[in-house]
Design a protein around this ligand. Structure first.
Ligand code: F6P
Length: 445
């Protein structure tokens, strides 16, 4: 089997190499462990002299890592301003949040060229190259112009909007044209595939696009949940709930995740179904993300205020309705808490897939499973049809779903869970990577 070259902006940090946490690293963990691989990308560090510093290579038995730094200016223009200040809001249908500057776009293309130039010396002629995510959309074109002839695939982990939205981006045709260098482009859902095909067609371009929904490693996550369910940390959190039932939400602090919308839904539950006051607690775990982007700072302030106002309006001296932290929790603690939670509340306004939803299902106790409430705008929604599906903009709909979920008997919960667990175990991280790489294999170069 040929060597696999994985390229992504963020590469797994040391601790994540054995225990992956983010969506992309969870998805790729298995495939790079099972065939000779080189994982290439940003180290996560910035240095003024980054362009003069060599690539750092850490060789492993199966997978090796090759990483390099970005200069502070590249970090700002390429990562913060263009990738996360233009492409991220565009792909999540938030054109109102786009802050476009031509200099940032040029820096984005220049850094993509830098990725390709720095990778070139490590390539062999028979490598299969798999590039990931919106930071690196034009990288394949540069590799082709440097003479790379082998198979190059690309996977987009976030949604892709229809032409009516995509064409808002200045220079969208240049970006789409650069993507025609790939032999295969994978996206999460059929809707994303249709949208991207429509964009290529609108520009008179051709590319092979296919839907290939990402999964998790359900068995290992389930085992983590089982072994952590009685850990000291999980028990300490459960004791602090003082016997109340609890709802859990876990997301990076991002406007695509629908966190204020979810908080409003919980507030409506307390207003319309007061029997839950002092009976149910909502735990929202929201590690701060991309704090260098203005829209993320504004969101943090909005959530801080909303949590304060809900707790002020509904809390008592003995009960805090919303428990909220902007620090991450260890993955095993999250798994253990999912297993005990009555409800997993996942309400993105848009999401490529949302692996929290799949992990929540994998973590459940089959004899007494919790209920998943899931936004119909998450990429996971077409797969997890037995979740209680909601529109994140409808606070009353979220409140009704919470009431339904908290009232469901064990038999109904088990019926819904077992269908979803079947889906989560059928469509895994391993089968996702295999499906995409098999398809890439068929491409003639
Ligand atoms: O969902 C897209 C994504 O790029 C993931 O691949 C990654 O885990 C996540 O966003 C985190 O983003 P960042 O690298 O900006 O922290």
């Amino acid at each position: 089997m040929e060597r696999l070259i994985v390229v992504s902006n963020r590469t797994p940090a040391q601790g994540e190499r054995t225990q992956p946490a983010g969506g992309l690293t969870v998805g790729l963990h298995e495939v790079v462990q099972t065939r000779e691989s080189l994982w290439f990308g940003w180290s996560g560090n910035q240095a003024e002299d980054a362009d003069a510093k060599p690539v750092q290579v850490e060789s492993g038995e199966t997978v090796s890592y090759a990483t390099f730094d970005l200069t502070p200016e590249q970090y700002e223009r390429f990562y913060l301003n263009f990738s996360n200040g233009v492409l991220w809001p565009l792909c999540h249908y938030r054109t109102d949040l786009i802050r476009y500057w031509r200099a940032d776009a040029e820096a984005y293309y220049a850094v993509n060229e830098r990725f390709a130039d720095r990778l070139l010396p490590y390539l062999r002629s028979d490598d299969t190259i798999w590039i990931h995510d919106y930071h690196l959309l034009p990288m394949g074109k540069r590799l082709r112009s440097l003479g790379v002839k082998g198979r190059i695939g690309f996977f987009l982990h976030i949604p892709f909007p229809p032409w009516s939205v995509a064409r808002v981006l200045p220079g969208v045709d240049r970006l789409l044209e650069s993507m025609t260098a790939y032999d295969r482009i994978g996206v999460q859902t059929h809707e994303d595939a249709e949208n991207l095909r429509g964009c290529f067609a609108a520009c008179g371009l051709e590319a092979v696009v296919e839907a290939c929904p990402i999964g998790i490693e359900p068995e290992s996550f389930r085992q983590t949940a089982i072994s952590s369910a009685a850990s000291d940390e999980v028990r300490k959190t459960l004791r602090s709930f003082d016997g109340h039932r609890f709802i859990i939400g876990v997301d990076r602090l991002d406007y695509s995740k629908g966190i204020p919308e979810r908080l409003r839904g919980f507030a409506r539950l307390l207003e319309r179904y007061p029997q839950y006051c002092e009976q149910v607690t909502f735990l929202q775990v929201t590690p701060v993300s991309r704090a260098g982007v203005e829209s993320y700072r504004a969101l943090k302030q909005q959530i801080d205020e909303l949590v304060g106002s809900i707790n002020g309006a509904h809390g008592t001296a003995a009960w805090t309705p919303v428990r909220y932290t902007t620090h991450g929790l260890a993955r095993e603690d999250l798994a253990g808490l999912y297993r005990h939670a009555d409800i997993g509340l996942v309400t993105p306004r848009r999401d490529g897939m949302n692996l929290v939803a799949k992990e929540f299902i994998a973590a459940q106790d089959e004899n007494d499973p919790g209920v998943l409430i899931l936004s119909r705008l998450a990429g996971a929604a077409p797969d997890l049809v037995k979740a209680l599906q909601v529109n994140p903009l409808d606070a009353d709909g979220i409140a009704d779903a919470l009431h339904t979920g908290l009232s469901m008997d064990r038999k109904a919960r088990h019926e819904a869970w077992s269908v979803m667990y079947g889906e989560v175990t059928r469509n895994t991280a391993g089968s996702w990577a295999k499906q995409f790489l098999d398809s890439l294999e068929m491409a003639t170069t």
